[in-house]
Design a protein around this ligand. Sequence first.
Ligand code: ADP
Length: 469
Amino acid sequence: MNIVHISAECFPAAKAGGLADVVGALPKYQNILGHKASVIMPHYYTKFRSENQYKAVFNGGARLGHHTYSFQVFQLLNENLGFDIYSIDIPGLFDRDKIYSYPDDTERFLTFQIAALNWLNTLKNIPDLVHCHDQHTGFIPFMMSKVWDYQRLKDIPTVFTIHNGQYQGQFGFDRIHYLPPFHSYFYGLVEWDGLINPLASAIKCAWKVTTVSPSYMDEIGYSMRGLESLLRAERNKSTGILNGIDNDVWNPETDTPLEKNYSIKTVESGKKANKNWLCKEFNLNPDLPLFIFIGRLVVEKGADIIPDVVYRMNTEHPGEQNILILGSGEPHIEQGLLKLEADFKGTYCSYIGYNEKLSHIMYAGADFILMPSRVEPCGLNQLYALRYGTVPVVRRTGGLKDTVIDLGDGGFGICHDQVESWDVINSINRAKAFFSRQNAFKQNRKTIMEIDHSWNRAAQEYLELYKTL
Ligand code: ADP
């Protein structure tokens, strides 16, 4: 099968979160299973771009309303990835260093989608299936089936995966002319609640809709920023497939940023060396259990309660644990975390920013990872943590519910149900009690490192789904 993934992110070319990890691994595993999978993404002007070689494969033009753009498709020259990346360079829109958060993101990603289809439309061998990811590619299923220019593509099955339903990309009907011409009879297929909504359009028009965990699929039927009834209406064509992780990239035995590599056999000394490095770097106490948080500092992740948790753990239970935070996001959360550092030197520290290498050392050196998420479509952090022998402390929601079983239920992690400071604090205290039972704690490390969350299973599940189309 010739499968084309279209996405705003793809590791290692451009990453803001889990979307990149998924799109940077799934095609590789589909190729291993004997298919031909590739990725189309925007050509951002990032460090990755300047450090890698590309070959121009197509020159074309795209139109957005009254504006015309020329674009170029580049193929990344890198045989080690295990799949091809084609990135679309649109001068004026993507020649910037960040992926998102520009005022013209609507124009940027709509032009990208139009350029991608203009290019696919010219290919002699058109794909057997197009798999789109998140709202930045949400108009593709609609345009492939209803836009006159793309009639050649209309019989190609489309799959749309919701990695994050919080971001929908809505805009007003004053910009309907941005979409290439189609019969006005189909306006309803791009509309939701009086606005043009790419996520809603994808849910309506894709042949199949998937989410990145079964529990998230169930949850969004009653909570997804106004799209609940649409999701329930389209439930028959929707399914939840739990993400995998790329075991080649996330492997404590070979991971290059680590201070010391380790296997299940050498986990104790390996984790200790990484923990010591972290404690030295961030002025923490290596004798205490180390709790980490890695992620976007946003309400969705429950990051807004972390400053309160840090404050209360350090005042109500001083000197009993270390807490180390890596993330960036909403300024008031960043400020809240930074302000606490002066008061709790020695047992608390935060690194505000994005740091891929540090994240790997943290997964390796930590004893516990905190994930008090309000919404977690799948969550990759807990899966990486398990592979590195770090115990997840999570709120039972979405993919966290599907992948972490509480110690009290015969499992290996610590779970709670609310997004309240006291609930997280209670879990941290349970975790510390578990940490003090060193024999059981060490045995549990080995157990969790053996859990298989590799992409082999998930890649196969996607292929089964494709075959039904
Ligand atoms: P998201 O909702 O952000 O996509 P996921 O759990 O699916 O959440 O994936 C998060 C990914 O982003 C993980 O690979 C995590 O290690 C990484 N990540 C998040 N924030 C940072 C950061 N500040 N520095 C390094 N890596 C980060």
